[in-house]
Design a protein around this ligand. Structure first.
Ligand SMILES: *Cc1c(COP(=O)(O)O)cnc(C)c1O
Length: 240
């Protein structure tokens, strides 16, 4: 099926999944080169939210191993459907209710959206014996406290709290660029916060930033983990 997908009639947007994936990977490589960075230090997570498990399977067939989901129920359902693909790594990137922490922990390999101590505690309590979960502190780069993430001034204290929880491994920071601001200064602020978090734990080197609309800017600002959805998967099916 993938091989039979034709190229776009207008010649601009690649229409097949494989073509879109390789076009994005080329753009990542170009952006890394322009930033004087090695593309191999950048992880491309394909955000598959709202798309069926069959799309994740197709992506796996194309070599994708890192996928992202933003809702617990969808994460749990897809991981249950795809247990045979045991080399997939599932990144949870959505707002998490504390009472969903155990279910998230059962299905995710990394949680990017830890934005309060209570959520970190709940993820920790849900651990099996010596299982360690990768977590990132999500930072709110907007002035709207209703958006996900901890306020920049509180990121370090949250990271220090995460460090005290033995079943969590502090990996770094995550953010979404504000909609109403140039992403460049926002990602630069994130980089400064990331430096502060690395002084809490030198191993916390991940900067999860950059989506379809701004991943090249995020690469220039030091992002190590890109969360790219629609540019690869195509438009998300409607969810009413
Ligand atoms: C949906 C989503 C993405 C991917 O968005 P695209 O614009 O489709 O690339 C990245 N990060 C988060 C937190 C998301 O919810």
């Amino acid at each position: 099926m993938i091989g039979s997908e034709a190229s776009a009639p207008g010649g601009r947007e690649p229409v097949g999944l494989a073509e879109r994936l390789s076009a994005i990977d080329l753009r990542i490589a170009d952006a890394a080169r322009s930033a004087g960075r090695d593309a191999s230090e950048i992880t491309r997570i394909v955000v598959t939210k709202f798309h069926p498990a069959s799309l994740v399977r197709e992506l796996h067939g194309l070599g994708v191993r890192e996928v992202g989901e933003n809702r617990q129920q969808e994460l749990s359902a897809k991981t249950a459907d795809l247990t045979d693909l045991d080399d997939l790594r599932w990144h949870f990137i959505g707002q998490a209710q504390t009472n969903k922490a155990a279910a998230i922990r059962r299905s995710a390999d990394a949680v990017h959206s830890v934005d309060r101590s209570r959520l970190a505690d709940a993820l920790h309590r849900a651990a099996d014996s010596d299982d360690v979960l990768d977590v990132l502190v999500q930072v709110n780069l907007t002035d709207d406290p209703g958006r996900g993430g901890v306020a920049p001034g509180e990121a370090r204290a949250l990271a220090e709290h995460v460090k005290t929880l033995s079943s969590l491994r502090l990996r770094g920071v995550m953010a979404v660029a504000p909609l109403d601001e140039d992403p460049t200064p926002a990602f630069e602020r994130l980089r400064v916060i990331a430096d502060g978090i690395r002084s809490v734990d030198p191993a916390a080197t991940w900067i999860s930033a950059g989506m379809t609309g701004d991943f090249e800017i995020a690469i220039a600002a030091g992002a190590t983990h890109l969360r790219i959805g629609s540019a690869i998967t195509g438009p998300r099916p409607d969810r009413g």
